[in-house]
Design a protein around this ligand. Structure first.
Ligand SMILES: Nc1nc2c(ncn2[C@@H]2O[C@H](COP(=O)(O)OP(=O)(O)OP(=O)(O)O)[C@@H](O)[C@H]2O)c(=O)[nH]1
Ligand SMILES: C=C(OP(=O)(O)O)C(=O)O
Length: 204
C-alpha cells in the first residue's frame, strides 16, 4: 500500500491561536496550543495510511512534542507564513504523496483521516473543507505540487485551483479549533487527552 507523507504546520506557540481568546494566562494558552498539536499528531500517527509525519515548526517546544510522537521536524521555515511553511515542509519530504494537515484538530480520529486519505489517493489533488465549509483542514496531492492556498476562504481557493472537495462524514477531521466555540464543539465530539487536560488547567 502506498502511504502518505503528512505535513503538519505548527506556528510559534507565542503567536498561535490568537482568536481563541483568553484561556487563562499566557502559559495556559501555550499549553493548550501544544495540547492541540499533540492530540492531532497522535491521531494522525495511528492512521495506517500515514507513512511519515512531518512537523514544520520553528518552535522548540512544538518540535519536542513532535519528536516525542515520532514525527520528523522541519525547522528553518522561510518568511511568508503558513503557505510558505507548507511548501518548505512538502519539499523536505521528497515524496509524491503529500498531505498538509492542520495542527488544531483535537477530535481527529485515525479512521476518518484514513478514509479521507484513501479517497485522496484516487485523484491528483484534493482537500477537506472545515466544519464551516470555508476553510481547509487537509490538502492532499498524489502528483505535482501541493500548491497550498490556506488562509481565509481557502476551501474556495483550493476548489478554484482544481482540487477536488472530498465528501465524507468526518466531524473530527473537519473541526479545527480557532475560537472558544470551536473548542467547545471539539470537546463535544470527544477531544484527545492532552486537550482535555489543558482545558481543565486553563479553566482552573
Ligand atoms: N509553521 C507554521 N505554521 C503556521 C503558520 N501560521 C499558521 N500555522 C499553522 O497553520 C494551521 C492553521 O493556522 P490558523 O488556524 O490560522 O492558526 P493561527 O494562525 O495560530 O490562529 P490565529 O492567530 O487565531 O489566526 C495551524 O496548524 C497553525 O499552527 C506559520 O507561519 N508557520
Ligand atoms: C488557515 C486556515 O485555517 P483557519 O480558518 O483555521 O485560519 C484555512 O482554513 O485555510
Amino acid at each position: 500500500m502506498q502511504r502518505w507523507s503528512v505535513v503538519v504546520p505548527a506556528k510559534r506557540l507565542a503567536l498561535a491561536k490568537t482568536r481563541l481568546g483568553p484561556t487563562g494566562g499566557r502559559a495556559e494558552h501555550e499549553a493548550l496550543v501544544l495540547a492541540l498539536l499533540g492530540d492531532t499528531l497522535e491521531a494522525a500517527a495511528a492512521a495506517p495510511s500515514v507513512g511519515a509525519l512531518w512537523v514544520v515548526t520553528d518552535d522548540p517546544r512544538a518540535a519536542a512534542v513532535a519528536a516525542r510522537l515520532g514525527a520528523r521536524v522541519v525547522a528553518g521555515e522561510p518568511a511568508g507564513g503558513l503557505n510558505a511553511a507548507l511548501r518548505h515542509g512538502a519539499a523536505a519530504t521528497g515524496a509524491a504523496w503529500v498531505a498538509a494537515l492542520n495542527s488544531d484538530l483535537p477530535a481527529l480520529r485515525p479512521a476518518e483521516l484514513d478514509d479521507a486519505l484513501t479517497r485522496a489517493a484516487a485523484v491528483p489533488r484534493s482537500f477537506v473543507a472545515d466544519a464551516e465549509g470555508t476553510g481547509t483542514t487537509l490538502l492532499a496531492v498524489t502528483t505535482g505540487d501541493l500548491a497550498p492556498s490556506f488562509g481565509p476562504g481557502s476551501a474556495a481557493a483550493h476548489a478554484a485551483s482544481g482540487a477536488l472537495a472530498l465528501d465524507g462524514d468526518w466531524p473530527g477531521l473537519r473541526r479545527d479549533v480557532d475560537t472558544a466555540e470551536h473548542l467547545a464543539a471539539a470537546r463535544a465530539l470527544g477531544a484527545g487527552p492532552r486537550t482535555r487536560a489543558a482545558e481543565h488547567e486553563a479553566c482552573a
